[in-house]
Design a protein around this ligand. Structure first.
Ligand code: NAG
Ligand code: NAG
Ligand code: NAG
Ligand code: NAG
Ligand code: NAG
Ligand code: NAG
Ligand code: NAG
Ligand code: NAG
Ligand code: NAG
Ligand code: NAG
Length: 551
């Protein structure tokens, strides 16, 4: 992830405002901390931006962001902070710029003032946060030692030896905190294993000895990689095998550390990279499973993922609602859709699709409706209740949307795109939305170009969207069927063969499909024309466009 830096080994919990401000010294146990911050939200790609806040495309933090976060149901905020670019002096003092310290402190206060928990992601010099102006020679010494250890922190930590080095660094860190005085010895700290990976942490984490602070283990969870990062045409999630794999990961680390509070400091299935019905299912299952294994969760949000900070809008409010009700133990109804990797067609059953020119007839969408849960109402954008009449009915686990209901939305004059969102209210759990989408295959302005005439390091192809405004995946093959990259996808299902990875080979923006510089270079080195097939939602035959990059 972009926010991970060489030095980001360690994190500190700050005590809640009451403890910080009024001088009581009641010790907070790590378990009650971990419980208290659940669920948490990450202010990602902001104070951790390099070199500065704002450099990774997010607006300067304003207090109202934390109102949005609290209102959504989050109890705490993790603030990843990059310190390394804010030193006024180099070795041996490494004095941190006072205005940067003040800025971080101000943002911490914004959260504390809202009575929410804060978790500061700190680097080697984190302990100076409390009072940099009084940094002693001892601290300086420790800073130097930690800086010297920089290079070993991020190389894939995969061995017991790496874990031993991590332990050394963490012990220095813990001693610094303990020596710093004030409330620091009472703060809760989270300690990490190699890569903050659950499996490596289970295998190699060494418990600290001689520790005064109450401690928890933090790990991060972005699995399975292809689904979370939109790689290789993986646009489904939720089979029994998918669920078993996720549960095994979360259970294994719990069983390895039965007496240690655990927190997943980062996890996400972003609206940017994941299919909506699969995302909702993932949210529901991950949150329930973490709760089952007494593990708190903190959602990663890089600013483009969930909260549109400038407009105070959650880009997928339903996912957030599912998160909160799953955590509260309520059963969520969820749209059903295929979880079969061999399926040739994948509909997003969170959305209701009508193709341009298609006669509007009634449609049946499958839902997973838990026992004792029932559909209470369906409401349109205009707040008209659509239940009670002939507009919809339930047959088993299928909701039938009548032709007359759909015709009132999909009129002859409608243009392709999202027509309306219906709200489905259930007797338990989150409300769901059903996006009524009039779709057709998008069109592009040109169908080929030569790598020599590339319009930049990457290639932008103007597109007219007609439905869901993003690609589902992109296939890249030569005329004779040779894969541009990732030959192993030939072992995957038909919706994944030769498919490439979001951000690595393809991207998009408001007006363009994008072939990345890396993909352009791959075509150059292959030395053959490559056909990029951009596939869209719904993933049905023909909902795709070809673009040929010639050499
Ligand atoms: C400290 O602050 C907390 C929270 O505001 C309050 O509950 C507590 O009574 C205060 N303790 C003292 C000793 O003032
Ligand atoms: C800090 O500790 C080092 C040894 O770790 C010692 O040499 C030095 O005198 C100490 N500095 C101060 C100011 O106490
Ligand atoms: C501990 O974690 C490892 C690695 O994930 C796993 O193989 C093992 O089964 C776990 N131990 C227990 C007791 O579950
Ligand atoms: C334990 O920690 C204390 C306080 O930091 C320190 O004075 C002492 O030397 C440590 N003992 C060991 C065995 O590391
Ligand atoms: C879960 O955490 C609570 C404290 O929040 C503790 O009482 C309980 O024993 C823990 N359960 C397990 C299975 O670790
Ligand atoms: C739509 O329905 C009309 C009348 O039933 C029929 O004549 C027409 O062929 C249908 N069009 C399509 C695209 O199915
Ligand atoms: C469903 O409701 C019945 C009758 O009230 C109850 O016995 C049963 O435990 C409930 N099942 C679930 C899963 O809530
Ligand atoms: C329906 O919801 C989606 C997802 O939030 C949004 O992109 C779309 O604009 C909405 N449609 C309408 C008509 O508001
Ligand atoms: C692409 O085609 C559309 C529709 O024909 C047109 O409006 C747009 O200006 C074109 N864009 C570019 C960059 O040529
Ligand atoms: C396709 O072309 C490549 C490059 O010329 C060649 O290496 C490969 O063997 C060909 N594959 C097939 C199936 O013909």
């Amino acid at each position: 992830m972009q926010h991970k830096h060489l030095l980001s080994l360690l994190t500190i919990f700050l005590a809640r405002s009451g403890v910080v401000c009024n001088g009581t010294s009641s010790r907070v146990s790590a378990q009650s901390w971990v419980d208290g911050i659940n669920p948490g939200w990450n202010l990602g790609n902001t104070l951790d931006g390099i070199p500065d806040e704002g450099d990774w495309g997010n607006p300067r933090v304003v207090p109202s962001t934390f109102d949005d976060v609290k209102k959504a149901g989050f109890k705490g905020v993790r603030l990843p902070v990059t310190w390394a670019y804010h030193f006024d002096t180099e070795a041996p003092d490494y004095i941190v710029n006072p205005s940067w310290l003040q800025r971080v402190s101000d943002v911490v206060d914004m959260v504390l003032e809202r009575d929410m928990y804060v978790l500061i992601n700190v680097h080697h010099d984190s302990w100076t946060w409390a009072d940099v102006t009084q940094a002693s020679a001892n601290y300086t010494q420790i800073e130097e030692n930690l800086l010297a250890y920089e290079p070993i922190n991020e190389p894939p930590g995969t061995t017991a030896a790496h874990a031993a080095e991590l332990r050394k660094l963490e012990n220095l860190f813990l001693k610094a905190i303990s020596d710093a005085g004030g409330f620091n010895p009472e703060r809760v700290v989270t300690l990490n294993g190699p890569q903050e990976n659950s499996d490596l942490t289970s295998q190699y984490f060494i418990r600290p000895t001689n520790i005064t602070n109450s401690w928890a283990i933090q790990y991060h969870y972005y699995s399975p990689y292809p689904f979370i990062f939109s790689a290789w045409g993986s646009t489904i999630w939720g089979s029994a095998a998918d669920k078993a794999a996720l549960e095994a990961d979360i259970a294994n680390i719990r069983y390895n550390f039965t007496d240690v509070p655990l927190i997943i400091g980062e996890w996400a299935a972003s609206p940017v990279a994941t299919e909506i019905a699969a995302r909702w299912r993932y949210f529901d299952f991950l949150v329930r499973t973490a709760a089952k294994y007494n593990t708190s969760t903190v959602l990663w949000d890089n600013g483009a993922d969930f909260l549109d900070r400038a407009n105070h809008i959650w880009r997928d409010q339903t996912a957030i609602d599912i998160y909160m009700s799953a955590l509260g133990g309520e059963a969520n109804a969820l749209p059903d859709s295929t979880t079969d990797p061999d399926a040739m067609t994948q509909f997003t059953n969170a959305d209701l699709f009508v193709r341009v020119g298609q006669n509007v007839t009634s449609q049946s969408l499958p839902y997973i409706i838990p026992l004792n849960t029932s559909l209470v109402s369906i409401t349109g954008d205009d707040n008209n209740l659509l239940t009670g009449g002939a507009d919809n009915s339930i047959f088993g686990k299928t909701i039938v949307f009548s032709a007359s209901l759909l015709r009132s939305y999909f009129t002859f004059s409608a243009s392709p795109g999202s027509i309306a969102n219906l709200t489905l209210e259930f007797s338990s759990g989150a409300d769901l939305t059903s996006n009524l989408v009039l779709w057709d295959t998008p069109t592009i302005n040109s169908t080929s170009s030569s790598v020599a005439a590339a319009n930049g390091p990457s290639i932008s192809i103007p597109v007219q969207w007609k439905g869901i405004n993003k690609p589902a995946t992109v296939k890249a093959v030569t005329a004779n069927g040779t894969y541009l990259v990732d030959d192993f996808t030939k072992y995957y299902g038909p919706s994944q063969n030769a498919r490439t990875t979001y951000n690595s080979q393809w991207n998009w923006d408001t007006n363009n499909l994008i072939i990345t510089a890396a993909a352009v270079n791959a075509v150059k080195s292959l030395g053959e024309d490559v056909i990029f097939t951009f596939e869209f939602y719904p993933r049905v035959s023909g909902n795709a466009v070809d673009y040929t990059l010639t050499v």
